[in-house]
Design a protein around this ligand. Structure first.
Ligand code: MN3
Length: 243
């Protein structure tokens, strides 16, 4: 069940805090409350939970989105509410200074950002599409061919020890690179070894694939290409290349 702290619910709905209303003198007009930062919320999946089959099964998607991602959102809301220094920061700001944050905030903010990015990185097989000419050209220039890129991405994913993510990023110099991060870190974080703008990313946590693939992470990485949303990845590449 989704649990939301009552104060966060009230803030999200724009309600006045009840204690203020009860104790304010009747004659004094209440000062307009400062705009409350919206609580972080779970984005809806952009497709049905079974839409990515056979690459990813419906049960995995339902648990991954509704339980795991929801938990990152809930824990992030709790951690931010408990730390006045973080008040009003948006998700991008939290991610960018992850190295200065308590572990609970770093993990939850990364988890929320990474999963929101991940759902949009995928599409049902019939809508997966192909890379734009510009992206295909950049991939060929950097990795030799699309097949060589996929092999290198798979190698980086299988080499990630324990839980983490594997990414295709646009580096500050505009070049593409494959990198991986541990836990819920990502290449936008100040702590990342290889920094850049992610345009493609796959979840290397067992919760992303274990029900269907068990220990066979390499098979999951192979099957996953069926549901990569190349239209979205190409749009991200274009946006990152313009910066
Ligand atoms: Mn996950």
């Amino acid at each position: 069940m989704r649990m939301i702290h009552p104060i966060l619910s009230a803030l999200a709905l724009g309600m006045a805090a009840p204690l203020v209303a009860q104790t304010a003198p009747a004659a004094a007009p209440a000062a307009a409350p400062a705009p409350a930062p919206a609580a972080f919320t779970l984005p809806a999946l952009p497709y049905a939970p079974d839409a990515l089959e056979p690459a990813i099964d419906a049960q995995t998607m339902t648990i991954h989105h509704g339980k795991h991602h929801q938990a990152y959102v809930d824990n992030l809301n709790k951690a931010v509410a408990a730390d006045a220094a973080l008040k009003g920061m948006n998700l991008e700001q939290l991610v960018a200074r992850a190295g200065t944050l308590p572990a609970a905030v770093r993990n939850s903010a990364g988890g929320h950002w990474n999963h929101g990015f991940f759902w949009k990185t995928m599409a049902p097989p019939a809508q997966a599409g192909i890379a734009s000419p510009a992206l295909a050209k950049a991939i060929t220039a950097q990795f030799g061919s699309m097949d060589q890129f996929k092999a290198a991405f798979k190698a980086a994913g299988t080499a990630r020890f324990g839980s983490g993510w594997v990414w295709l990023i646009v580096k500050p110099d505009g070049k593409l690179a494959i990198t991986s991060t541990a836990n819920q870190d990502n290449p936008l974080m100040d702590v990342a070894e290889d920094k850049g703008m992610p345009i493609l990313g796959n979840d290397m946590w067992e919760h992303a694939y274990y029900l269907k693939y068990q220990n066979r992470r390499a098979d999951y990485l192979d099957g996953w290409w069926l549901v990569v949303n190349w239209g979205e990845v190409s749009r991200r590449f274009a946006a990152a290349s313009k910066r």
